[in-house]
Design a protein around this ligand. Structure first.
Ligand code: ATP
Length: 290
């Protein structure tokens, strides 16, 4: 599903709250979401600590994007609760701490914005009302553009860029905000190999710097070695939360039906069955989910 362009979102709620710096970055407790009368998330318990690198995996429609959006307070829960750095989204004020990278097709939206303008919007949550754009803002935007290799495209309309480059613009927008946590919804989907590698390099730097990373993925590709924890959803429930399964990027994801005649059938007991599509696959790689 396509998420709206929303990054470092200002909150509408009442009252100030001061999150503790060391608080759990994202927490959902017994989270339930119903949309159009259908239960999409069915009792999710999840806590992501600062510095963790977590991938949310699962088949199409399993609820990955819904989970991410609910954690950010973009979708109201029908049961349970969520917290951002220890504070419910409606009272959360430090939106600069979260850099959200929505699915790439939502960038631009027909508005003729330049690359620089889109990236600069990532500074909004850090800007004071009195002084809209500071030298620090301009420097952060320039750094972010350089980081994703788009310094020479700053003045170009976003729509003139390729899909992979537009994805880089969204990542640069998140980088520009210098957040503590990055939330990326399908950052590799439909993105060319060069942009995927660049994303992996960028994320590796962020992880080294201690940033929290939460991403949704169908295929991890070059991001796979960076992931330290996988949360696998199936039909709105968490069916695995722990170390990423081996070869998750290539074999444990929906649609994998490659046959390996050399491999045994054992090795997937605990986690088998999370992917409906993969259940039909005739082979399970040792240690993989499928
Ligand atoms: N606004 C909505 N109204 C009704 N149903 C919705 C809405 N948004 C999502 N859904 C449904 O909720 C289910 C989960 O959707 P979601 O986008 O979270 O899944 P996903 O795991 O991210 O899937 P994909 O990998 O295809 O993006 C799907 O069946 C989807 O059709």
């Amino acid at each position: 599903m396509t998420a709206p362009v929303a990054h470092n979102m200002p909150s509408e709620g009442a009252g100030q709250a001061a999150p503790a710096p060391s608080a759990t970055a994202f927490r959902m407790t017994a989270g339930r979401i119903s949309l159009d009368g259908r239960e999409i998330l069915r009792g999710i318990d999840l806590a992501i600590e600062p510095g963790e690198v977590v991938a949310v995996l699962g088949a199409n429609g399993s609820g990955k994007s819904t989970l991410i959006r609910a954690l950010l307070g973009l979708i109201p829960l029908s049961g349970g609760g969520t917290e951002l750095y220890g504070v419910p989204p409606a009272r959360f004020r430090e939106w600069w701490r979260i850099g959200y990278v929505p699915q790439r097709l939502s960038v631009g939206g027909g508005v003729p914005a330049t690359v620089r303008e889109v990236v600069a919007s990532g500074r909004i949550a850090r800007q004071s009302r009195l002084r809209l754009t500071s030298a620090a803002d301009r420097a952060a935007v320039a750094r972010a553009l350089a980081e994703v290799g788009l310094g020479d495209r700053a003045g170009d309309p976003v729509q003139s860029l390729s899909g992979g480059q537009q994805q880089r613009v969204l990542i640069a927008r998140a980088l520009a905000g210098e957040p503590d946590a990055f939330v990326l919804d399908e950052p590799t989907a439909g993105v060319d190999a060069a942009s995927q590698r660049l994303l992996a390099d960028t994320l590796a730097d962020l992880i080294k710097a201690g940033k929290t990373v939460l991403l949704v993925a169908h295929e991890l590709g070059p991001l796979e070695p960076l992931i330290t924890r996988a949360v696998v959803l199936r039909e709105g429930c968490v069916v695995h939360d722990g170390p990423p399964p081996l070869a998750v990027g290539a074999h444990a994801l929906p649609g994998h039906d490659h046959v390996h005649p050399h491999a045994p059938q054992a090795g997937a007991e605990a986690l088998s069955g999370w992917s409906d599509a993969a259940l039909g696959a005739p082979h399970r790689e040792p240690g993989s989910l499928t």
